[in-house]
Design a protein around this ligand. Structure first.
Ligand code: ATP
Ligand code: MG
Length: 199
């Protein structure tokens, strides 16, 4: 059976932590491919510092270009308004009825996901594949995994240490004129500078 990993995010901008997260999934789950889905302007993040959707989409395409079994989708960016993860997963499942879906996320997202809209549907549609972002993996996350399992879902945490990088830090560095070497794929850095994003 084919396994499809879905990675949603704002990707503002996409960085090497996201790339590593996708690689970890492809290494961990056999016969898999990944769909990366940049979100439309989300209602829960401040608009300040927010790069236009088309730029975030282009940066994702640049970052994952040439990566086997990875596709960047504009399904949320082209949709009218905000898209809920449950709806996006439902559409992907409808288009791929025989595939097993995984929802890929960092541990910060796992911490809050049971409060997301239609969390029970999300868990019914996809196995949660999570990677620790900070040192707090143990208790809070284990609690959440237990809760997901009690709800009839499945969640796995990759034991690997991902890159300690966030888009917030990248934006701060760019604003301050500091180097982002090693944090972004080189082509993405070039795109950011050329478009004058996050200044
Ligand atoms: P911001 O700082 O603006 O919130 P971010 O770096 O968290 O940006 P998002 O676009 O919010 O990036 O993240 C999309 C998904 O990727 C989320 O599930 C997030 O947890 C995960 N993620 C982001 N960075 C990492 C990382 N370094 N390691 C593991 N997962 C990550
Ligand atoms: Mg984030």
């Amino acid at each position: 059976m084919e396994n499809i990993g879905v990675l949603g995010g704002t990707f503002n901008p996409v960085h090497n932590g996201h790339v590593r997260l996708v690689e970890l999934f492809l290494e961990s789950v056999g016969n898999s491919r990944v769909i990366v889905i940049p979100a439309n302007a989300p209602h829960y993040k401040p608009m300040r510092d927010f790069a236009p959707p088309v730029d975030r989409l282009n940066m994702c395409r640049t970052a994952f270009k040439g990566m086997k079994n990875v596709q960047v989708s504009d399904m949320e960016i082209c949709a009218d308004g905000f898209c809920y993860t449950a709806d996006t997963l439902t559409k992907i499942k409808e288009a791929n009825p025989d595939a097993a879906l995984y929802l890929i996320m960092g541990s910060d997202a796992l911490k809050g996901m049971l409060k997301w809209y239609r969390a029970a549907d999300i868990i019914a549609l996809a196995t949660i594949f999570s990677v620790a972002r900070d040192k707090d993996i143990p208790d809070a996350l284990r609690q959440n995994i237990k809760r997901i399992e009690q709800m009839g879902g499945q969640a796995v945490i990759s034991g690997c240490q991902p890159l300690a990088v966030s888009s917030t830090e990248v934006r701060r560095r760019i604003r301050e004129g500091a180097s982002v070497e090693g944090l972004l794929p080189d082509d993405v850095t070039e795109y950011v500078l050329q478009r004058g994003l996050y200044k």
